[in-house]
Design a binder for this molecule. Structure first.
Ligand SMILES: NC(=O)C1=CN([C@@H]2O[C@H](COP(=O)(O)OP(=O)(O)OC[C@H]3O[C@@H](n4cnc5c(N)ncnc54)[C@H](O)[C@@H]3O)[C@@H](O)[C@H]2O)C=CC1
Ligand SMILES: O=C(O)C(=O)COP(=O)(O)O
Length: 532
């Protein structure tokens, strides 16, 4: 399996990948920017692509790497360089490594804040130039000042902790922050306008979204204290760059520090580069040895796990499936896929709706994973590239609603999964299944409401017939004559003389002629071969 490492990650991560049996690791640092067509060429045939923030994994990359590509790993937090929608369309799981670079980025932010208070970089430059300017490089103190933190997630919280140690008052704006958490962190939760009005220092730690883009713009800056200091080590564009320049030039903003830019790198003659009260770093937040080792190894492990069919950690385009969940859900997945596939094959008309009911013990499991398993089976014959990642979006795209129900009604089984499909003509087909015995063996226990007992794999002949004498013998005769062995048979009827359901598990598929002969028997209402 080819693993394309497109951006430089720690050698610990690369070595981990190289040690994996069957992995061919291709390191192509910088290729994305230097030679895009070569990058696309390298992506072809890759099972996984690993990036930081430099390489953009856009739709074209997924197109080039389909159908082998299974995972994109981001050694870091921000995934704005990865087209997650395209990834989902192509059934590729995207994972990141939240947490590994939190301290590194919080420390860089704090460095920027200190350098915004004391012109260390400017003074150092003057020393390098042979000067001794003690008068022009005075500063101010963080002590007793107010820091406004926008985005109180992992990094925001670490910055706040450090600010408190410096004797600052911390105001926090984060719509997703609970009052109890804010209290526990010793920060004052406020609305954005109050944070703007009352802060001496403002730092942002949010993803770039429609809601955060330009959050600190000209209007916002006009409401701030004169001499406010602004910092962005999150994503370029959260602080509007033109508004920041204007604020620095007018003196409204006394100092600022940026690690990230709307376009990276900013142009060589970008006006930012000549602003004297603005400290710039080239997207270095995560660039410490410790952070890189942490995220490099973590992403190498996550990608390996996905490619080996293990747990899925920190996925951003599907629910993560950790090892523990996988262990509990794993035995059900074969059954789920079989039930979905069986219902799809039994439906004679176009399906308009799918309903899934979980009853008994199974309701405590991760229903999202089970449902994905069912839909993966349901769509098996619809799309060749359906998997856990894209099963739900494919259903959505087909306009097929999926109702999922956790039922508390008693059934004959400790746990039961029922999949029903409603067809456009109003007809319904259904299949129910459970796990039996110590080995958690999957069993189909009902089809269209009739009790059966069938192992869900191989070729099956599903027959509905009016309950008459000798039908089973006739079917057996035709199939035997055709040279096909019946491995098992399950018979069920609703009442004597009513409609009977026969499921014959076959060692191979009977010929079309044999099926035609069976269908020609007067009592046979339906005969359908299904493959599980
Ligand atoms: N400069 C660098 O090298 C690095 C930059 N980053 C960036 O830093 C940012 C924060 O990273 P983490 O703290 O790890 O993420 P996080 O997910 O832990 O925190 C983000 C916080 O932003 C909040 N948020 C989301 N939308 C918001 C809105 N509209 N208004 C206010 N708050 C909002 C969330 O509730 C969350 O608490 C991300 O953009 C990440 O990409 C992360 C690591 C390194
Ligand atoms: O993790 C993040 O969000 C970062 O911005 C770090 O980017 P990098 O891995 O240093 O290119």
């Amino acid at each position: 399996m080819k693993i394309l490492v497109a951006d430089k990650i720690s050698s610990i991560g690369v070595d981990f990948l190289k040690q994996q049996e069957g992995f061919e690791v291709v390191e192509a640092y910088g290729t994305f920017k230097e030679d895009y067509s070569k990058f696309l060429e390298l992506a072809k045939g890759a099972a996984a692509i690993i990036v930081r923030s430099d390489s953009k994994v856009n739709r074209e990359v997924f197109e080039a790497a389909a159908p082998t590509l299974k995972a994109v790993g981001r050694a870091g937090v921000g995934v704005d360089n990865i087209d997650a929608e395209a990834a989902t369309d192509y059934g590729v799981v995207v994972m990141n490594t939240p947490g590994g670079n939190t301290i590194a980025t919080a420390e860089l932010t704090f460095t920027h804040m200190l350098c915004g208070a004391r012109p260390v970089a400017q003074a150092a430059q003057s020393m390098r130039e042979g000067r001794w300017d003690r008068k022009i490089y005075g500063g101010s103190e963080l002590f007793k000042k107010t820091l406004g933190v926008c985005g109180m997630g992992r990094i925001g919280a670490e910055v706040a902790k450090r600010a408190k140690a410096f004797g600052m008052t911390v105001l926090a704006y984060d719509p997703y922050l609970s009052a109890t958490k804010a209290e526990a962190m010793g920060v004052k939760q406020v609305e954005l306008d109050k944070l703007f009005r009352e802060s001496d220092y403002i730092t942002v730690h949010m993803p770039l979204t429609d809601a955060t883009r330009g959050m600190i713009n000209k209007d916002a800056i006009s409401t701030m204290k004169d001499g406010v200091r602004l910092f962005n080590c999150a994503r370029g564009g959260i602080i509007d760059e033109d508004a920041l320049l204007e604020g620095l030039e007018s003196g409204k903003v006394a100092a600022a520090g940026l690690d990230v830019y709307t376009s990276e790198p900013p142009a060589e003659d970008h006006p930012f580069r000549s602003q004297k009260n603005l400290n710039l770093t080239p997207h270095l937040g995560a660039s410490t040895e410790e952070a890189q080792e942490s995220v490099g190894l973590e992403i190498a492990e996550s990608v390996t796990s996905v490619l080996r069919g293990g747990g899925i950690r920190n996925a951003i385009n599907m629910p993560s499936l950790d090892e523990a969940t996988l262990k509990t859900v794993g035995p059900y997945l074969e059954l789920c896929s079989a039930l979905g596939s069986l219902v799809h094959q039994l439906a004679l008309e176009k399906v308009s709706k799918v309903k899934i009911t979980y009853s008994g013990k199974v309701v405590d499991l991760d229903a999202n994973s089970l449902t994905r398993g069912i839909l993966k089976g349901f769509l098996k014959d619809v799309s060749s590239n359906v998997n856990f990642v894209n099963a739900l979006v494919i259903m959505e795209r087909l306009g097929l609603p999926v109702d999922v129900l956790k039922s508390s009604e008693e059934t004959d089984y400790v746990e039961l999964i029922k999949v029903e499909a409603e067809c456009v003509n109003g007809e319904k087909v259904s299949a129910e299944g459970t796990l039996i015995g110590k080995g958690n063996t999957p069993r189909i226990v009902a089809i269209n409401g009739r009790e059966v007992e069938v192992e869900p794999h191989g070729c099956m002949l599903v027959i509905a017939n009016s309950d008459e004498l000798g039908i089973v013998g006739k079917i057996g005769n035709i199939i035997g004559k055709d040279g096909v062995n019946i491995a098992a048979m399950s018979l069920s009827r609703n009442e004597v003389g009513g409609i009977a359901l026969n499921i014959a598990c076959l060692d191979s598929e009977p010929s079309a002629q044999a099926i035609a002969e069976i269908k020609a028997i007067e009592a046979i209402k339906q005969a359908k071969i299904v493959h599980l």
